[in-house]
Design a protein around this ligand. Structure first.
Ligand SMILES: C[S@@+](CC[C@H](N)C(=O)[O-])C[C@H]1O[C@@H](n2cnc3c(N)ncnc32)[C@H](O)[C@@H]1O
Length: 323
């Protein structure tokens, strides 16, 4: 490790990636390595890793969001190695590598979910913290938005999505309220949906108290938690719109056929639905003799990183090494 684990480096991208030193320490990129970054994002990790591959390594970055690919291209323009940035879902990693004439890679990184620029842009519709269209597509070419799902799913299917992907125990109440509301008027914005969910949970939008309120309002305490009642429903819809768990399963299933002997894959997840899948896939691969888990327990952020980068709070890193 080049820097002490409790002093995160500031990467050239200006974006602060999560668990930067831990990713470098566990992947240990070196000259000549071929790296597949499944979630290029703002090129925060890429800016740290790519220089280490010099002189003859190669960095392949994938992202479904063309805006992040374009940004990453500027961040990496002076990188001293061959860089290939491709707009693609990581579920299709094998065919991207085929199209680049690459059989196997040495290192894989997947830093799941969304980047902070996506969450903070009201026009993308991920956040109930600001008013925007209820979109939530990471890939703007996807045909179905969150507003489409909210308008078209049956009450039972809405409840199922909110329960399975949000682990929301009030899913049925919320689905019923959404259906009642959309019969009166379409739910088209983040603010509309957040209000409907809060009402379903018996909480008034705009009441005082509570963290992360829209427009400075808040809500009453819900159990021991001070999460906005809309949090889990928003997460569920985002996961559904982007088919996030299906894509992760496909990537995990494809890994053995991507990796060179001795190769390592690092996956950073941000919620238990993802982490459970990574944990199970790595345990199954170890069981089948493909290699070994380098991290028995997930690696999490240091106190220092938690203070400087709140997004690291729920980050869990797991690493697998092929035989
Ligand atoms: C957490 S960010 C990655 C941040 C990046 N590691 C950095 O340091 O800048 C996740 C990125 O992955 C992208 N993404 C999410 N799901 C994807 C998928 N299935 N295939 C490709 N990219 C995906 C998002 O668009 C987002 O840009």
């Amino acid at each position: 490790m080049d820097a002490p684990p409790n002093e995160p480096e500031t990467p050239a991208s200006g974006h602060v990636p999560v668990l930067p030193n831990e990713v470098l320490a566990w992947l240990d990129p070196g000259p000549g390595d071929i790296v597949l970054d499944c979630t290029l994002g703002r090129a925060g990790h890429a800016a740290l890793i790519a220089p280490r591959l010099s002189p003859d390594g190669r960095y392949i970055g994938l992202d479904v969001d063309p805006a992040n690919i374009a940004h990453a291209r500027t961040v990496l323009k002076n990188a001293p190695v061959k860089i290939d940035l491709v707009k693609s879902n990581f579920a299709a990693a094998r065919s991207v590598l085929d199209s680049l004439g690459i059989d196997r890679v040495d290192l894989v990184l997947a830093d799941l979910g969304f980047a902070s620029n996506q969450m903070s842009d009201p026009a993308r519709g991920f956040s109930f913290m600001s008013d925007g269209p209820l979109d939530m597509r990471l890939d703007p070419e996807l045909g179905v938005t969150a507003a489409d799902l909210v308008a078209a799913l049956s009450e039972a299917d809405l409840a199922d999505v909110i329960y399975r992907f949000g682990e929301e125990r009030l899913s049925r109440k919320i689905a019923r309220k959404i259906v009642e509301e959309r019969e009166r008027t379409p739910i088209l914005t983040t603010t509309d949906l957040a209000r409907v969910v809060r009402e379903a949970c018996g909480v008034r939008s705009g009441a005082s108290g509570g963290r992360g309120a829209v427009g400075g309002g808040g809500w009453a305490r819900r159990g021991a938690s001070r999460l906005d009642p809309a949090t889990k429903t928003f997460m569920a819809l985002r996961i559904a719109v982007n088919e996030e768990l299906g894509a992760l399963e496909r990537l995990l299933g494809a890994l053995p056929a991507l990796m060179a002997g001795g190769g390592r894959a690092a996956v950073i997840s941000f919620h238990s639905l993802e982490d459970r899948r990574v944990k199970r896939a790595f345990a199954d691969m170890e069981q089948s003799g493909a290699g070994k888990r380098l991290t028995r327990r997930p690696v999490t952020a240091t106190e220092n990183e938690l203070r400087s980068n709140p997004r690291s709070r729920s980050a869990k890193l797991r690493v697998f090494e092929w035989a």
